[in-house]
Design a protein around this ligand. Structure first.
Ligand SMILES: [Zn+2]
Length: 439
């Protein structure tokens, strides 16, 4: 329950992909946090007893949906020593120790708050230490504190020694093992499943390892069958043609990061009989790669292997976006927050990057981060747009984000399922932001 209210005389952004606006609109939200009416201020009657919030000159739009987040870290560059292969198992052991788990939970709570205060009202966490994000989701649902709507994957599913292992993954090397790990996560209450189909940049030990296929199609098929039986979508970290093709054939619903597409991939994205809903979507994440490619190694701390792999996947991702645009494949939006250089308050930078580097229009970028992501995640009945009947997941901005996404850095209000964050505020890392501003 929240106090009912109305945002009066606002400019509502429909986020339809074409940039349509409803000027002079009033949005009425009931005590259940559901949008009751949207229409011209002159026609909408605000019921007696509702709080009236004057939104003259303000831009009202759906809260952002971050379809690819992690929550275990704040995004500041890690000391390079922690990324060395020799300390990998020590780091993992610490993360999974009782004290490590307490830290992971505390960081998760702080980071979902930061996401909320920067305009994210729904996020999908894809790769957690344990089940700390599931716990935080349950605490938010119980009303213990305000937070975004959370979908949580728990640990991702990988092959032994694969991407994410041993820190944030359950590992297996057979379809039976993969099936068992999927069931384990589902029994723990996850609402998303994440696979590492290929290698990744952050933990690659050789140039070319990011994108190299790791999990077999048979293993991924077993995972998709188990997850889909429970009605849960499967996301796959996949950064090469071979890895993505195998993931799509297995029935993966969202391809994370992406790469240049061949004809079979294009067909499978648009018509994927093994996926949960018949199609698959691309979720590019430019934020972790771009700084590694464009900033000096003295700033990023990246060694030659990391930098070369980042360059490789960045170019592949850009081609994947172009191929998706050219072939009318659904594109969503994710930030890969918690990775080095990806803070929880910089979601707007992803929108900026997919426009400047990926070739989307600002309207398409905002559409991807709202309506499209809602549709991809199966939440379009309840969120993703400002329409009667949907939850009041709303951001109120002082300037039009379609002119400059930086408008998201100073939201006037963020509203999550009707609960108003009156003075959104986040802690910024100024040095990091200054480096990113130079890009
Ligand atoms: Zn990720």
């Amino acid at each position: 329950m929240s106090a009912p209210f109305a945002l009066t005389n606002a400019t509502v952004l429909t986020c339809d992909g074409g940039g349509a606006e409803l000027p002079g609109a009033t949005v009425v939200v009931d005590a259940q946090g559901v949008i009751e009416q949207v229409g011209p201020a002159a026609e909408v009657v605000v019921p007696r007893g509702y709080r009236r919030i004057d939104a003259t000159g303000r831009f009202v739009l759906p809260g952002l949906i971050n379809a690819h987040a992690h929550l275990f870290s704040d995004g500041k560059p890690l000391p390079p020593i922690l990324l060395k292969e020799s300390v990998e198992s020590l780091v993992a052991a610490f993360m999974h120790s009782p004290i490590g788990r307490v830290i992971a939970k505390r960081r998760t709570k702080a980071n979902v708050r930061t996401q909320l205060h920067s305009g994210v009202t729904t996020l999908r966490s894809l790769g957690d230490v344990g089940y700390e994000v599931v716990e935080v989701r349950e605490e938010i649902e119980r009303g213990d504190y305000a937070g975004p709507r959370v979908l949580a994957s728990g640990p991702l599913l990988a092959v032994p020694g694969g991407h994410g292992a041993p820190q944030i993954a359950l590992t297996s090397d057979s379809p039976e093992g993969a099936r068992k790990n999927t069931r384990k996560n589902l029994a723990k209450g996850v609402t998303a499943i994440k696979i590492a189909a290929t290698g990744g940049v952050t933990d690659a030990r050789a140039i070319g390892e990011a994108g190299r296929p790791q999990m077999t199609e048979a293993d991924m098929t077993a995972i998709c069958e188990e997850a889909h039986r429970a009605g849960v979508l499967v996301a796959a970290h996949a950064q090469s043609e071979e890895g993505i093709t195998a993931a799509l054939r297995a029935g993966v619903d969202t391809i994370e990061h992406g790469a240049a597409m061949n004809a079979e991939m294009i067909d499978l994205f648009k018509d994927n009989p093994r996926s949960l809903r018949g199609t698959s979507a691309l979720i590019p994440t430019l934020q972790p790669a771009l700084p590694l490619v464009k900033l000096a190694p003295e700033i990023t701390g990246a060694d030659e292997i990391v930098r070369a792999n980042a360059e490789l996947v960045f170019e592949e991702m850009l081609q994947g976006i172009r191929d998706a645009l050219a072939n009318d494949i659904t594109i969503g939006m994710g930030t890969d927050s918690a990775l080095t250089h990806v803070t929880h308050y910089n979601t707007w930078r992803e929108l900026d990057y997919v426009v400047r580097y990926g070739g989307l229009t600002p309207q398409q970028a905002l559409h991807a981060a709202t309506r499209e992501n809602a549709r991809i995640l199966g939440l379009d009945g309840i969120t993703g747009s400002i329409e009667a009947g949907k939850h009041a997941d709303i951001v109120v901005l002082g300037a039009n984000p379609l002119d400059d996404f930086r408008a998201f850095t100073t939201p006037e209000l963020v509203i999550a399922r009707g609960t108003i964050v009156e003075r959104p505020a986040v802690t910024r890392f100024h040095e990091l932001d200054a480096a990113l501003d130079s890009l």
